[in-house]
Design a protein around this ligand. Structure first.
Ligand SMILES: Cc1cc2nc3c(=O)[nH]c(=O)nc-3n(C[C@H](O)[C@H](O)[C@H](O)COP(=O)(O)O)c2cc1C
Length: 362
């Protein structure tokens, strides 16, 4: 078994096991997908699977400038152009569904505070439409609002299918809303959504259920980062917490579970706390618990990816930064061709530079 073997996820036949990881690129002016984005995804359509950049499920879900949405008819119409274009070239594309929770700012919400499981701020600053600001203490969601957010996920999933996506990946990683509920550093609720591991995982599982009930569960996936500390995440029972959650996910026959071993923003190093699983341990550990297809991610190169596939530690590998700078990554891997370096300075800008101008040859 190697990276070039085909694989089926849900109803979707992937021509190889090389996935493009979800990558926020901030090119969607006023949340609307555009022609530049169509070209970008089209250039990368030889990936076995493209997972779209994180896409806001509602206006409330938003916390980064020029990130796309999937909650209006215009979003559906514009995303359709992108999915059609990827399909035209034989690719497959999932939409990553995103609610940032406390990783937002009142500047995005006409002065209203961002929402979260508990009124606990994450550390640091955030770039808003009006500049760099300190992160605020979010407002705790009421139970009726939690039900509404779950419904927003289901609506967004339905919209994604209308927009031609082959499926959806629920973003449960990297310290955004779902992760904020899971981990006790950000969830100190005393109701049914906080306290015990079961209660903290309830929101994630209810989102998975609502989305699976709305579209086929074969089209639903979730991304988790069980050792992630990005966005001030911490959990006192982390291995136990994620073991419970991942065991419960077995009940859903999802199309895959995406596991990011770590996430270090460009230029920052990563070290997991001592009671966390360390880099190199996360995927292997949860492989023993999860019964379905696992997409592995974080810091893979061709050699390590093939090792993971051939030893069956996981079934697909998602590449992030390598896909930014190598639109034709599968070909380069296959032909052992040289790889382009990525330019960090253009990751989050708003022009074609560093976005659709990396050289490639399909
Ligand atoms: C520019 C950039 C944007 C990212 N945006 C997202 C995102 O929207 N959703 C997500 O789940 N992860 C996001 N990530 C994390 C990547 O999906 C991936 O987990 C990370 O880059 C590690 O994989 P790599 O070592 O192959 O790059 C982003 C990473 C980068 C570098």
């Amino acid at each position: 078994m190697n990276l070039f073997d085909p694989i089926t996820i849900g109803d979707c036949q992937l021509s190889n096991r090389i996935a493009m990881a979800p990558l926020t690129r901030n090119r969607a002016k006023a949340t609307i997908p555009n022609e530049m984005m169509r070209i970008y995804y089209n250039q990368r359509s030889t990936a076995g699977l493209i997972i779209s950049e994180a896409t806001n499920i509602s206006s409330q879900a938003t916390g980064y400038v020029n990130t796309p949405g999937i909650y209006t008819n215009l979003h559906i119409e514009k995303w359709k152009r992108i999915t059609d274009s990827v399909h035209h070239y034989g690719g497959k594309i999932y939409c990553q569904l995103w609610h940032v929770g406390r990783s937002s700012h009142s500047d995005f919400h006409n002065g209203k505070l961002p929402v979260a499981p508990s009124a606990i701020a994450s550390k640091g600053q955030i770039k808003t439409p009006y500049g760099l600001k300190d992160k605020e203490v979010p407002r705790e969601l009421e139970i009726s609002e939690i039900k509404q957010v779950i419904d927003d996920y289901a609506n967004a999933a339905e919209n994604a299918i209308k927009a031609g996506f082959d499926g959806v990946e629920i973003h449960g990683a990297n310290g955004y809303l779902i992760d904020q509920f899971i981990c006790d550093g950000s969830n100190q609720r005393t109701d049914e959504y906080g306290g015990s591991i079961e209660n903290r995982c309830k929101f994630a599982l209810e989102v998975v259920k609502a989305v699976s009930d709305r579209i086929s569960r074969k089209k639903v996936a979730i991304k988790l980062s069980p050792s992630g500390t990005f966005n001030s995440m911490n959990d006192s029972t982390v291995i136990e917490t994620f073991s419970y959650l991942i065991k419960e996910l077995n009940n859903f026959s999802l199309s895959y579970l995406h596991l990011a071993e770590f996430y270090n923003p460009p230029g920052k190093s990563y070290k997991a706390p001592a009671h966390y699983l360390q880099e190199g341990e996360v995927i292997k550990y949860f492989r023993k618990i999860y019964k379905g297809i696992i997409v592995g991610n974080s810091g893979f190169d061709f050699k390590k990816a093939n090792e993971y596939i051939s030893k069956s530690y996981c079934d697909i590998i998602a590449f992030g930064k390598l896909f930014i700078s190598n639109p034709d990554l599968p070909r380069r891997f296959k032909e052992n061709d040289e790889l382009n370096d990525w330019d960090v300075s253009t990751f989050y800008t708003d022009t074609e530079k560093g976005y659709i101008d990396y050289p490639f040859n399909m």
